[in-house]
Structure formats: structure tokens, C-alpha cells
Design a protein around this ligand. Sequence first.
Ligand code: F6P
Length: 322
Amino acid sequence: MERIAVLTSGGDSPGMNAAIRAAVRTGIDRGLSVFGVYRGFDGLIDGCLELLSSAGVSNIIQRGGTILHSARSPRFFDPAPREQAARTLADKGIEGLLVVGGDGSFRGANCLHQEHGVQVVGVPATIDNDIWGSDYTIGYDTAVNTALSAIDKIKDTAAAHDRLFLVEVMGRDAGFIALEVGVGSGAEEILIPETRTDLEALSGLIEGRREKGRTSSLVVVAEGDEEGNAYQIATKLEALSGLESHVTVLGHVQRGGAPTSADRVLATKLGWAAVEALIDGAAPCMVGEEDHEVTRHPLADSWTRKKSLDPLLVSLANPGRL
Ligand code: F6P
């Protein structure tokens, strides 16, 4: 293998640049030419790629977003554009492709492998942390810390005005971010899709706190909670018990900003590991870090197996315990 390419795909996450940097420099160090594909699978279909240099990836380790840009590519669901993408690679003599992204991106990569024999390696990068095969995904730690710092500020104003706040965090259909920031911010209640949400019990808890003189409350809501988003839950609470609440949706602020040290280091390890996996002929696979060891798993495991929340955190998050 002499030529490889790297792309970033799906929702960007802080640390993607650090992964690109590590992959490019490892590849060059191992005698490979490394191409960067712009705008994820869309760019691969359209032939938007160029050779990257070591100098070209300097001074990016600390930057959020992705210098290669990212995209969600509905076109990649169809076989014909995938064939075009494979042709882009073949025309340049590129045999190996690193896909930095989440499980949707890995599924796309797997199709490229099955249909056209492209050697693909997945590098798990999403703020949602919902990929089996790596204890943490690139970007999760930064997103959690961004959300935590925003929530700390909201708690100040909630206390000053004796208010109930519902703060919605991202995570798609997983509660990793909500659980971690909920525990870390000392939230009264954490609503996540993995556990049943009982709104009657929640309003009882908040009323009970008021009776004891605790005038402000914070509830962290995962965007994928089965009772709905934070606005829908606020409406239901008001209809149920007359409780008035203020809603803050943190949104895409959680995806931006400089990656934390943990994310830069994880991305550096996994960018390196992905190139080594390609050279070793381990593709198609996903690289991850589990119990401080870099690991490889079949790519499909990343979406067929489900990563669990930390059961201790789930139990500590029970209302009234802390
Ligand atoms: O997967 C990352 C993520 O930020 C999710 O938490 C969120 O549900 C989704 O992407 C938002 O996607 P978009 O930026 O395309 O609206």
C-alpha cells in the first residue's frame, strides 16, 4: 500500500483535526502518500481531494471543527454514487481510506469495502460517545466540558431568580452527555432515553424541594429522551402540575471549540492506530481505546453492538440520592 486517504464525516467533533494530523504524519513517516478528502463522502463522490503534507497539518491540533470539512451525505445511500467514490480512489491509486466519524459514516465505509474492496478503517469521532469498541469517542470530553461550563452559569441565574431550568444537551438517541454533565453539575434530575422518565415523580421531587426551601432546580434533558425535547417536557410539566420552567437548549455550541487535552491525546493515538491498522492489513476495522489499550474491532461491531452507560453513574443519578 502506497497511497491512502483520510476524510471526516457526519457531525464534526472537537479533536478531528488532531486525528487528521496524526494520520497524515504517521502515514508520511511510514512512507505513504496521504490524501485529504474534503466534505466527507460527498467530496469523495465529487473527486475533491488533495495530497496533504506534514507542514499542511501543523498548528491544527488545537482547533475545533475539521480542516477537511464534513458533511452528511444522503447521496452515499445509493450504490451509483458509491461506485463513483470508489472510482475517485482508484483513479489516484489510493487503496486505503480512513473515515473519521460516527457509526453512520462507518456504515458507508463498510459499503465501500463490500462493494468495491476499498480497505477502510474507522476512527470513532462524535460528541455523542455512542460507538461500541472505544471507551470514549473523539470530541465527547470537550462537549461534556463545554456543556458543564454553560450549565454552571445557568445555575447562577437559576439561583438568583429562584427558577426551575430545563437544560437540553445533545446526544441524538443516547444519554452519555446528559448523564455525565447531569452528575457533574449536580442536577436534581437527569432525563435520558435509556431510563424511563416519570414526569409526575419529577414534579413531585421539585415541589418537595421547594417545600424544604430549595428555590431553584436544574434538570438536564437528553435531546433523545422518550418524553420529548426540553420544550415538550416543560409544556407537559406545566399541564401536569402547573410547574413553570425556563428552557435552555445548548445545541451546536457543544460541537465547537478547542479540544480538551483528553480529546487531543485520544485523537492522536487513534489517528496513528488507524494508519498502522491499514498497513497491517487489518481493514475493514475500527480502532478504539479500551482500558487504556488501543484496540481493533470489526467495523460492523461499532453499530451492531450497543455501548452501555456506566451503571454506577445511572444509579447515582437517581433523584434524591445525591
Ligand atoms: O451526532 C452528533 C450530533 O451533534 C448529535 O448530538 C445531534 O443530534 C446531531 O449531531 C445534530 O446534527 P446536525 O448538526 O446535522 O443538525
